[in-house]
Ligand binder design. Structure first.
Ligand SMILES: NC(=O)c1ccc[n+]([C@@H]2O[C@H](COP(=O)([O-])OP(=O)(O)OC[C@H]3O[C@@H](n4cnc5c(N)ncnc54)[C@H](OP(=O)(O)O)[C@@H]3O)[C@@H](O)[C@H]2O)c1
Length: 248
């Protein structure tokens, strides 16, 4: 891992999810890591078993009070926070499926998907800003999705998910510009994990060939490679699991 601090703290939002869990397990083996901070929303039982020094939190990124309580606790427990990955997100749920056509759109579903995939990431970044180091390489990544690329949209459909990820990318872009003014060595980027075998992708993986459906472990290893090799020159960009650049 390049340009990494010794004794750094890392934070993974959504460490109870398929990719977040694998990211946490992968990171926990890093001997330079001082403390791994991990959040879950509804499934604390799915957090990885503590390896080394870790701290767990319950957090709903769509709830302002929950964010405030989390930040207060994190402030007391974290130091030298150099790596933040937001792996929270939603694609489907009870009464919620990606739309195939305009007629499928519902305001309620649009609000739910935007709240979790975009507004929550934005509000958390806003709340975390005072805790960010003012010098030295500091990396922040939100898990976006290639389908959030407007340039790459050739199939249509999945209105809420696509649009929420496109909006998330714009938040990341703006934050990258502002955060770089506070710390010139800031790296704030969006990442696409590939198509990964998790609860989120489960209803949609039937036709996907095995070699194109990644395990969470494979995706996490590749995402961490991309993230830890990223430099301040990469700030404000969108990268896939293999390091290729994705247009917004
Ligand atoms: N899997 C894929 O193929 C794929 C492809 C492209 C992009 N992505 C993106 O990668 C990210 C992770 O996806 P995944 O496949 O790992 O999904 P997942 O297994 O369903 O995990 C989702 C995570 O988000 C958390 N979460 C949901 N709502 C939350 C809220 N309101 N507040 C805080 N945390 C919340 C969940 O917490 P609890 O379980 O504790 O409730 C869980 O930890 C998502 O942003 C997704 O859009 C995934």
């Amino acid at each position: 891992m390049s340009q990494k601090s010794a004794n750094y703290d890392a934070l993974i939002i959504g460490a109870s999810g398929g990719i977040g869990h694998a990211l946490a397990e992968e990171l926990s083996g890093d001997t330079d890591l001082n403390c791994l901070h991990m959040t879950a929303f509804q499934n604390q039982n799915r957090l990885p078993d503590a390896v080394g020094s870790s701290a767990v939190y319950q957090l709903d990124i769509t709830d302002r009070r929950s964010i405030n309580a989390f930040i207060t606790e994190l402030q007391h427990r974290a130091s030298n926070l150099r790596l933040i990955i937001n792996a929270a997100g939603v694609l489907h749920g009870q009464d919620l499926m990606p739309e195939r056509r305009l007629a499928d759109l519902s305001l309620e579903n649009l609000q739910t998907v935007f709240s979790q995939n975009c507004f929550g990431h934005a509000m958390l970044l806003s709340a975390l800003q005072p805790l960010l180091p003012r010098q030295g390489v500091t990396r922040i990544a939100s898990l976006s999705a290639r389908v959030g690329s407007i340039t790459d949209n050739r199939l249509g459909g999945w209105y809420a998910y696509r649009a929420s990820k496109a909006a998330l990318n714009q938040i990341i872009k703006s934050a990258s510009i502002e955060l770089k003014r506070l710390n010139p060595e800031m790296v704030c980027i969006a990442l696409h994990p590939g198509t990964v075998d998790t609860r989120l992708s489960d209803p949609f993986t039937a036709g996907i060939p095995d070699q194109k459906l990644f395990s969470p472990e494979f995706s996490a290893q590749r995402l961490l490679r991309v993230l830890m090799n990223s430099s301040p020159l990469d700030n404000g960009n969108f990268f896939a699991w293999d390091g290729t650049h994705i247009p917004f």
